[in-house]
Design a protein around this ligand. Sequence first.
Ligand SMILES: [Zn+2]
Length: 336
Amino acid sequence: MSLTKEELAERLKSRLEDLDSFRGYAGDEAKVRCPSCGDSENEQSAHLYIKVVPEELVYFCFRCRYSGRVDADLLVQLGIADHDLGRELKSSGNSSYSGKRKGKTLSLLTKPVRIELPKVNRSSDKVAYLEERLDCTFSDKRLKRYKVVVDLADLLDKNDIDTITVSSKIFKVLTKHYVGFLLTGKAYVMLRKVSGSDNNPKHFMYRVNNAKDSDKLFYVPQQELNLLAPKQQFAICEGIIDAIGLDLYFRNIRGENTVVMASLGKNHTALLQQVLQLGFLDARVGIYLDKDDINGSRGGFKKLPLEHLSATIKYYYNLNNADYGVPKHQIKLKEL
Ligand SMILES: [Zn+2]
């Protein structure tokens, strides 16, 4: 027996509808009581949302954030163990991502190279630079979230990499005067100058290893997201410090689940296409422009030619500043 994706979704739907814990639909998501957290006291409510469209059989609990792709294990937990259906899910590839189901989220972006970040010396002038610029304290947790590299040499040591990809003279300058941020794919560190000679470039892209990742090169503070979280937004901006500024800004807003991405000067359209290719065809997308981009000094701004996409795309700028690499109270968003 081999079911088509449509048949598989239909079969799953009817099994879910038979459950005592089935509480109807929200759009194309079946609502059932969550077997992982036991759900809330109110028997009428159900927090586990199971998306049952043929292309996407995933689940997410709004109470305990239990999530993954629908597989045989979930059927067992729901009390609808079904050997055939389980096997069909597996052969359709649906269970391949759920792994040991310890995670709350699915990693969506590039397959990571194993690179570990060294512990940051918090008294570094580079941490001070970030704290002052964004007016916030960079705890260890925050430094890790933003994948901050204050010492390039330390990063290579920690990962037993004994090759440097620039001259040793330049490497010393980069280690001393630049603060870095590990990019997606982990093959590159984007470095930003915080001290030293005016003659040195403001930014330097340092290749850490030979992973081929050049086409998927961008910076994302939070690389994982809840597939079914409410109010999901992709915020696309240009620079890394902008992305951190926006991330700090959005994290304060309740109910927002915003994934900030920095295009690093590459074109926003490519980055957006990548988001959409991940399956977020109806995503809310915010493009966060620098003021320079809209007032004409860079030749004026044209909306991206994306009308054919179903994503909701809005354009913003910061009324109070040129960009978003500023303390969060200095961000005042204005829609274009
Ligand atoms: Zn739950």
